[in-house]
Design a protein around this ligand. Structure first.
Ligand SMILES: CC(C)(COP(=O)(O)OP(=O)(O)OC[C@H]1O[C@@H](n2cnc3c(N)ncnc32)[C@H](O)[C@@H]1OP(=O)(O)O)[C@@H](O)C(=O)NCCC(=O)NCCS
Length: 418
């Protein structure tokens, strides 16, 4: 045996002390196939770590795993903003994987959020096979897209007004103000903690990749929307230039379309791409040639977990024409208080003793919560089941009623990666 190396010891999960953040970061980076940060990168990362609620897994004095969350607010259907733990930096060293450290860390984050009274946890998953067992479901997808600017023009429905490019000094305050005003535009949008906003706009701040923020000004000269994009010159003269879209946020649909009109008329850029746009993006119907807009892939965007079903169900709105409503029984093996029955109708959701129409596993309810997913589909795959008195003939109608109550337009979207 190698001197100083013993047999595996028990793994301890505990809050990370601030003087351990860098060690924990190095562990998490190794698990996520990223080199540990140098001093410069670490200095940039530290503010986010200082805001985080960090748990780590230790074998003796070796940090073998890490998971954290940062506080954000998630917009839910109807416009309320719910306290949310945004789970991030999850990783266990390969040498210590599959020994329960990941589960212990997730358990710690779930318990921590419950103690703080945060009704939601949210995350972006490296792999779609990890988080369902902890009660997370996919509450929203997003699409990678490619747009042929020449075929897309002209854009319909754009508001009048002017566009202005912002300097590196100007953009943070303007973008922050406009973004906040846009948060009620779709369920699933989240507040951006300052260190994450800085990282999101890093290229603009540092003047890299020809990254630009352009703002739309209304007729009074007030900012009411912005785009964040990068452009690159064609590699050879017979090719068109390319642009990449990071953010398109506006306070109204016509201003959003004005931002698109601006992008799609930038000279020399023939092809625009975006790694993540809403599935029901407005621009799809606003282009001149529908096939100018192409979805290149659709992926799960936000994974959500209801930590407090009572508060979460009561906080969102439901379709007012949803009839008598439905009674949903929830099954949550991790959080005892979430096991119960709720009557949901157009006026809201409340606990009830009535018999259940539908029985939903917590990962299914979490997926359905933002209104972008289907009860019928969840039932088809067995994560939602009929209540004891719902015979087969009635089930279709009950599921259609549940879909009607919960569904929202526009669909959930977040647009912030963490
Ligand atoms: C994901 C990760 C943190 C899990 O940690 P872990 O300590 O191995 O997890 P556990 O030992 O608690 O495993 C719990 C269960 O999840 C399963 N599981 C864990 N990681 C999995 C994965 N990547 N794919 C499929 N199943 C996985 C285990 O097989 C186990 O299943 P079981 O309960 O049926 O036996 C770890 O694999 C990792 O660091 N992966 C690389 C980095 C990464 O992807 N991080 C997530 C960023 S979002």
């Amino acid at each position: 045996m190698l001197a100083g190396y013993g047999l595996p010891m028990e793994i301890e999960i505990r809050p990370t002390r601030p003087d351990e953040y860098r060690t924990a970061c190095n562990t998490m980076c190794r698990a996520l196939l990223t080199p540990p940060p140098n001093d410069d990168r670490w200095a940039k990362s530290l503010p986010a770590w200082e805001l985080s609620i960090s748990y780590s897994a230790w074998e003796g004095d070796e940090c073998v795993g890490h998971a954290a969350n940062l506080h954000v607010e998630t917009t839910v259907p109807g416009g309320a903003a719910l306290d949310t733990g945004a789970v991030t930096w999850v990783g266990v060293l390969t040498t210590h994987a599959r020994r329960g450290a990941g589960t212990g860390l997730m358990r710690a984050l779930v318990d921590d959020a419950a103690e703080r009274g945060w009704p939601l946890l949210s995350l972006r998953a490296s792999e779609a096979t990890i988080y369902r067992r902890y009660g997370f479901g996919v509450a929203g997808d997003f699409a990678a897209v490619e747009i042929d600017a020449r075929r897309a023009r002209p854009v319909r429905g754009a508001a009048p007004g002017a566009m202005r490019l912002l300097t590196a000094d100007e953009f943070p305050a303007v973008v922050d103000e406009v973004y906040r005003r846009c948060l009620d535009r779709r369920p699933g949008l989240i507040t951006r903690p300052e260190p994450w906003a800085e990282r999101h706009f890093q290229a603009v701040g540092e003047g890299k990749e020809n990254a630009l923020v352009a703002v739309h000004l209304d007729e009074r000269g007030e900012p009411d929307g912005y785009v964040y994009y990068t452009t690159s010159w064609a590699e050879t003269l017979d090719q068109g230039g390319r642009g990449k879209i990071h953010d398109v946020f506006a306070v109204s649909d016509d201003v959003e379309l004005a931002l698109w009109r601006y992008l799609l008329t930038i000279d020399l850029v023939e092809t625009w791409t975006s790694p993540g746009r809403p599935i029901d993006d407005l621009i799809i119907e606003a282009v001149a040639d529908r096939r100018a807009h192409r979805v290149t892939s659709v992926m799960d965007e936000q994974w959500l977990r209801l930590v407090d079903v009572d508060t979460a169900l009561a906080a969102r709105t439901y379709s007012p024409s949803g009839g008598e409503g439905i009674v949903v029984a929830v099954v949550d093996p991790m959080i005892e208080a979430n096991n119960g029955r709720w009557h949901v109708d157009g006026s809201g959701a409340r606990r009830t003793d009535e018999p259940a129409d539908l029985i939903a596993d917590i990962d299914a309810l979490s997926a359905l919560y933002l209104g972008g997913m289907s009860w019928r589909t969840e039932a088809a795959v067995g994560r939602v089941r009929p209540g004891p008195s719902v015979e087969d003939a009635r089930l279709r109608g009950v599921l259609a009623g549940a879909d009607h109550l919960f569904s929202v337009k526009p669909l959930p979207f977040c647009g912030t990666f963490f």
